[in-house]
Design a protein around this ligand. Structure first.
Ligand code: CP
Length: 309
């Protein structure tokens, strides 16, 4: 039963609860009209202390497509946070007006702190370099749709694995399924944190900086950008920024049924020529993000909602 729960990191939900969300998302994709006004009278608050295109818009589109309403801010400067209001006081106030809240924050742990003060479900929409659980729901629904199963896949994660919260959340989520091999592809400066790989006690994995060598083995390639906003030193960012470029030449050695995912935004790590390759599914992935967030909102609002038949 997910009604009233917070989502701060992927393992807040069991594998069975995740499967319930994916099953509902499948049904929404199949028959969206059935869900047109199931959230009528409900309000979603979007509290974005950091920029976003996909996460904020897909949450807003999700709630609007369910017939509910949306309010919020897209930068802290337009709220009383700019006057020094705390996260606790902000969410207690938002709880008076909304039924569910989504928060993105540059500081690790901010949405978890908010959840302690909140009377309504709080969803972490990305906290610093830590976790991004709803991107993980998006990634999992995409993998499930194209590969049918999470198990029995070799997944390569490439780019900024140090600060990449989408990677951290996805590895955590996939580690609960059997027979997945992880290939961590990153420059030495941006390797996956040890606390993430220490949890992979039942899975095969290796680390490399060489995308060309790794690509022929992969069933799934998860590309990420080098994240300018996480660097303290601009020179270091500029040195690493063009480290990877996925192009048609590199894809010649990839499996014909490999899928290419990217949480987006893309900067320069995937050439636009790849967009026409049938293996490039990252824009479909962004669409799955809206459907899975519709399913998540419905599950967290739960019993209040009567889906029309
Ligand atoms: N994938 C993702 O989180 O994108 P945005 O930063 O645009 O929300």
């Amino acid at each position: 039963m997910l009604k009233g729960k917070h989502l701060i990191q992927p393992d807040d939900f069991t594998v069975e609860e995740l499967e319930d969300i994916f099953t509902l998302a499948d049904d929404i994709i199949k028959d969206p009209d059935k869900y047109l006004d199931v959230c009528k009278g409900k309000l979603l608050a979007t509290l974005f202390y950091e920029p976003s295109t996909r996460t904020r818009f897909s949450f807003e589109a999700a709630m609007l497509r369910l017939g509910g309403g949306v309010f919020g801010f897209s930068e802290a400067s337009s709220s009383s946070v700019s006057k020094g209001e705390s996260i606790g006081d902000t969410i207690r106030t938002v709880s008076c007006y909304a039924d569910i809240a989504v928060m993105r924050h540059p500081k690790e742990g901010a949405p978890k702190l908010a959840s302690k003060y909140s009377d309504i479900p709080v969803i972490n929409a990305g906290d610093g370099g830590h976790q991004h659980p709803t991107q993980t729901l998006t990634d999992l629904l995409t993998i499930r749709s194209y590969k049918k199963s999470f198990s029995n896949n070799v997944i390569g994660l490439c780019g900024d694995l140090k600060f990449g919260r989408t990677v951290h959340s996805l590895v955590k989520a996939l580690s609960r399924y059997e027979n997945i091999k992880f290939v961590f592809i990153a420059p030495p400066e941006l390797e996956i944190p040890s606390y993430i790989i220490e949890e992979l006690t039942n899975h095969e994995f290796y680390q490399t900086s060489n995308l060309e060598e790794a690509i022929p083995d992969l069933d799934i390639l998860y590309m990420t950008r080098i994240q300018k906003e996480r660097f303290f030193n601009e020179e270091e960012y500029l040195r690493l920024k063009g480290y990877y470029l996925l192009d048609n030449e590199k894809l010649m050695n990839a499996k014909k049924d490999m899928i290419i995912l990217h949480p987006l935004p893309r900067v320069d790590e995937i050439s636009t020529e790849v967009d026409n390759d049938p293996r490039a599914v990252y824009f479909n992935q962004a669409k799955y993000g809206m459907y899975v967030r519709m399913a998540l909102i419905l599950k967290l609002l739960g019993g209040d909602i009567n889906v029309k038949n």
